[in-house]
Design a protein. Structure first.
Lengths: 439, 439
């Protein structure tokens, strides 16, 4: 329990209560106690004029509860009663850190908490919506397979068909969140509502957990976002200020441990969300708005796709494995504009001659593939390799698995180069390339 | 020929000449004509007070040459005569865009120009040093193999032994520059002088070429840097202002086409260099200073190292290929803190049981591997995988090739975890993680 929690428990104060706080210098603040993440060092009180005030907990002399909050429903046992004035948000749990706690036997983190338990744990979610929770999988994201994407897509699709559901949240491990969120972007056509993927970089029972913050931001997104896209909602900076809502197909897990690990790659977030106030600021252009369309499910994925990263001395055997083992497609993350060592080119030819699709992305974080500039690239084109522009390798892999499963082989190249979900853009985009330092 | 060049040719003005320029609004500027890249839109004149002034060429009314520059040696034919007061810098050409021009038959860029030709083309280099140039390879960097690293290391080492050589420059393709520059960092022990890798994102005969700028910055680095490290010297921002000098083992080609494509990963540049003025600003901490040590050559590399990137549905067959085909080591770029799908773990065990080293890095751009946090990571550790901290995948691959060739198998794990060239750092480093946007 954090010091804020301890302090509040001591005086019996809960989020939503009307409180009076006295600071050590005599400042008196009166208002509604706002939700704060466990481990925060500030108490936030919403004043009657609408402004929020943060008070350093070390400087608090006295807290008094003036009035208890209006009793609100809590998740106890099964389903929650619907409140007529509240929108409904569905949370689909799949496992991952957001739904995990430390296993005190082995000392490691393992998935354990159900989505329903999360709702019980974060009652603030109910301030924005009625919540339905369902745990459909319980696996860490590194173990997600294309077959799981199909299952998640099916569950999300079923919820999107329900009129009363305002938006869907998928609680997911962060490691492969870009993959699954992109899979859903492709697998559900004519999306009609926002689908917000969220997760945690720190498990829910750690004081620094980002689970509550991210879930709260996702609920606000599900309820208020005007767009119907598959997005990733995670911390926008390391402190608990705002969350960034990034398009799934342009997002990368950029840091292994930081809470603000997810970045859009040369794409602005669609929106920022401030979970403590419920504010949302729209930023980037969205592809599709909320609608009454009936979304279609196209959720098959061909798992036999090889993803390879080119490097000096790369062995052509790696590529030929695709042919030997019956793979249907290959994505090669080339160097620079998409190159592979020239010695690998004959293997590309051998694959394409066998009807295996070979797509090329770049291992540079930013920028596009272009196989027309250098001699090696031209030879790759001659061998039948398909350059995939600025598509992220993760997204290209998902899209190829999807295209191979849902279209005829001869349609696959066309589908891959058709910008369906913002995954492939022309060059006329905002310049968001940044250097981490300045001379 | 750019418009600046045309303009200067017209009045017979050359870099280094004393000129008088009149602008359309009557402004008169007198000073020394400074080098500018082909294609620049500004003429730069160094005033007598030391300041540089840029004048929009579209606004120039008149240019007059007041005095020709002091005649300087030029590379014509074979070796250049040594000037007693100038330091000597050796440029070793290996191919790549910096030494390439457009092949007007196929329309693609191919390596063609020798390092010597480059010197002849950029006489400004001679303002800072006497230049020796030697072309030892002529290949695009995507075709560099570990055997080429050995050859480059040998050539660089031979130059470092010469007292009169102040520093060595390696002109190299950009695609795999991090690999080769890191290979040299490991292959030459007790480095005594700076070794500056440089290249170009645009070929030398294109107006926007960065070849001259980068080579000039590299010469200044080779002459003036107080450190003895293998570094990458490339544009520090997209315009022709300054170059960043980054430690090879912490650098990544971050963009497929931009001139400021190279970034240090959570590491400040060792220095910035302003090629037009010759200024150098030292920034990051360096590992080794210039010395009179005699560098040792340890330039063998074991090419049979597999580099694989983990992804959902990754096939264990990919890993088992290493055993079937006689590979000596594997670097797996895991998700998040270094995870692989759990189904791959038994294959790791099979490899390590056969004496094959399996090292783990992260595919997140930033952050460290940690296999102690999640259950999957623990299982990977049990299977004998070695977490490689924050080592970049590219650098881990090079280091493993080097360690396998120069140490006994039982020493390899220790060597891999020994921070030799800044490739592996503890957590107490500067925070240089940046988000590309701000709410």
């Amino acid at each position: 329990m954090s010091s804020v929690q301890a302090l509040l428990a001591e005086v019996g104060a809960e989020v939503g209560d009307r409180v009076r706080v006295v600071r050590d210098d005599g400042l008196v603040v009166e208002g509604i106690l706002m939700p704060r993440p466990r481990g925060g060092e500030y108490l936030v009180v919403k004043l009657d004029n609408g402004y929020n005030v943060g008070i350093d907990i070390k400087r608090i002399k006295e807290i008094k509860v003036l009035a208890k909050r209006k009793p609100s429903v809590r998740a106890e046992g099964g389903a929650l009663p619907r409140r007529p004035d509240y929108p409904l948000v569905k949370i689909i749990g799949t496992g991952g850190t957001i739904a995990s706690k430390i296993d005190y036997e082995t000392g490691a983190v393992k998935p354990a908490m159900s989505a329903k338990e999360l709702v019980e744990d974060i009652p603030e979610l109910l301030e924005y919506a009625d919540i339905e929770a369902e745990q459909i999988l319980d696996i860490l994201s590194e173990n997600m397979m294309p077959e799981h994407w199909s299952k998640i897509a099916e569950a999300v699709h079923a919820e999107l068909l329900r009129d009363e559901v305002k938006g869907v949240i998928v609680a997911h491990g962060t490691d492969t969140m870009t993959y699954t969120a992109s899979a859903i972007a492709f697998a559900i056509r004519e999306l009609n509502k926002p689908v917000a993927f969220t997760g945690a970089q720190r498990s829910s029972d750690r004081p620094s957990s980002d689970a509550a913050f991210n879930l709260l931001a996702s609920v606000i997104t599900a309820v208020n976002a005007p767009f119907a896209e598959s997005v990733i909602v995670m911390h926008g900076e390391t402190s608990d200020t705002f969350a960034a809502v990034n398009r799934a197909t342009r997002t990368k897990k950029f840091h292994s441990t930081r809470r603000d690990a997810f970045q859009g790659i040369c794409e602005e977030p669609l929106a920022y969300v401030w979970p403590w106030t419920g504010d949302m600021k729209l930023v980037g252009k969205y592809l599709r708005k909320r609608s009454n369309e009936v979304p279609k499910l196209k959720n098959s994925f061909e798992p036999k796709v090889l993803q390879l990263k080119a490097y000096p001395g790369m062995d052509p055997e790696l590529l030929l494995l695709a042919k030997d083992k019956g793979f249907k497609g290959v994505i090669i993350e080339g160097t620079g504009m998409g190159h592979v060592p020239e010695r690998v080119v004959p293997a590309i030819r051998e694959l394409t001659d066998s009807g295996i699709f070979v797509g090329i992305t770049t291992q540079c974080v930013h920028g596009s593939v272009n196989l027309n500039v250098y001699a090696t690239g031209r030879k790759m084109l001659d061998a039948g390799a398909v350059p995939l522009g600025d598509m992220l390798t993760e997204v290209a892999t998902v899209k190829l698995m999807w295209a191979l499963a849902n279209f005829k082989p001869e349609e696959v190249p066309k589908v891959m180069l058709d910008p369906l979900e913002g995954e492939l853009r022309d060059r006329r985009t905002l310049n968001l390339y940044r250097l981490p330092y300045k001379a």
